[in-house]
Design a protein around this ligand. Structure first.
Ligand code: NDP
Length: 296
């Protein structure tokens, strides 16, 4: 029987742990605060920030939302960032991407106080992660690690193939999984759009992580017997239903399930974990800034 790894259930466990940590902070007179910054009116981004704000409310994090006009000059966004850097009640924040075309997202990331960079994208935090001294693990890779741990998947010595080399998923995940640590010690192959014979590289892996943004690219014929499949992808494809679309992953679930020993569904796999790990990083940021020990 193939195990379906339930991201909603694991995320709920993490939220429970966070509730305890938030109580510890409250006993010390502090409440973690997370701000979301949205520049422009991209509907998908609006949905994402709304979800993040709702998540905050549910676990007892103080949510703050800042909107910047999509046509405003970069300075207006930078002023908002400077205000958040200076606000002692905001322990962490993120600027939702994509930002409008006249803004360079790298300038945005560099402006964020690294101690409040709960996405973990600031160059200082990227450097710390690569050096094995992560302050904030980026939310999606961290969520993938937690899912593997919850399913009891042995990483030490495992061959992992990651399909995708983005700065937010593929690269940080590879760095985490190769580290000399209990949740590392894997041997990692990173694939991308120029990789030769992708199927050979996924088929030989004990664990396949699909993060390429191509709907159902990885099918059962590309999965080795009893491999573990983690599907990071979230893609909207046209469907004959009320909404007119459905969400599918980067893995063709039904055929991959036939081969895999364990697999994550879409939705309900990595997605809820990404959201939970953002809350985790916020509580961690608060515990560091308030100098309160919490059990995380
Ligand atoms: P990016 O578009 O930034 O990166 C995609 C990567 O996949 C690139 O490295 C690209 O290669 C590679 N790629 C594209 N096509 C192929 C192909 N045919 N064969 C092999 N590699 C390929 O995507 P993200 O990392 O931001 O996101 C990946 C997926 O994960 C998306 O579906 C996204 O929606 C989803 N996602 C889900 C999250 C969640 O919480 N569940 C969070 C973040 C992302 P190259 O570098 O050569 O272009």
């Amino acid at each position: 029987m193939t195990e379906i790894i339930d991201g909603n259930a694991v995320a709920a466990e993490i939220r429970d742990e966070l509730t305890d940590a938030i109580e510890t902070l409250a006993d010390a007179g502090s409440r973690p605060g997370l701000a979301t910054v949205l520049m422009g009116e991209d509907p998908a981004s609006q949905t994402y920030v709304n979800m993040k704000q709702r998540d905050c409310e549910e676990v007892g994090i103080e949510g703050v939302h800042v909107e910047v006009d999509g046509d405003a000059p970069a300075e207006e966004l930078f002023d908002a960032i400077d205000d958040l850097n200076a606000d002692p009640d905001v322990h962490g924040y993120l600027v939702q991407s994509p930002v409008p075309d006249h803004i360079d997202y790298r300038d945005v990331i560099r402006r964020i106080d690294p101690g409040k960079d709960v996405d973990g994208f600031h160059p200082e935090n990227v450097g710390r992660l690569v050096a094995g001294d992560a302050r904030f693990r980026p939310c999606t890779p961290h969520g993938v690690q937690k899912l593997l741990e919850s399913a009891g998947i042995e990483l030490e010595g495992a061959d992992v193939t990651i399909v995708g080399r983005s700065d937010i998923v593929g690269k940080p995940l590879a760095n985490l999984l190769i580290q000399k640590a209990e949740d590392g010690n894997a041997t990692v192959t990173i694939c991308h759009s120029r990789t030769d014979d992708l199927a050979a590289k996924t088929r030989s892996a004990d664990i396949v992580v699909a993060a390429c943004g191509v709907p159902e690219l990885i099918d059962g014929s590309m999965i080795g017997d009893d491999a573990v499949v983690i599907d990071v992808g979230v893609n909207r494809v046209d469907a004959d239903n009320e909404k007119g679309y459905e969400l599918v992953g980067d893995v063709e679930f039904e055929s991959a399930k036939e081969k895999a020993s364990a697999i994550t569904p879409v939705p309900g796999g990595v997605g809820p974990m990404t959201r939970a790990m953002l809350l985790y990083n916020t509580v961690k940021a608060a515990s560091i800034q308030e100098d309160v020990d919490v059990d995380l």
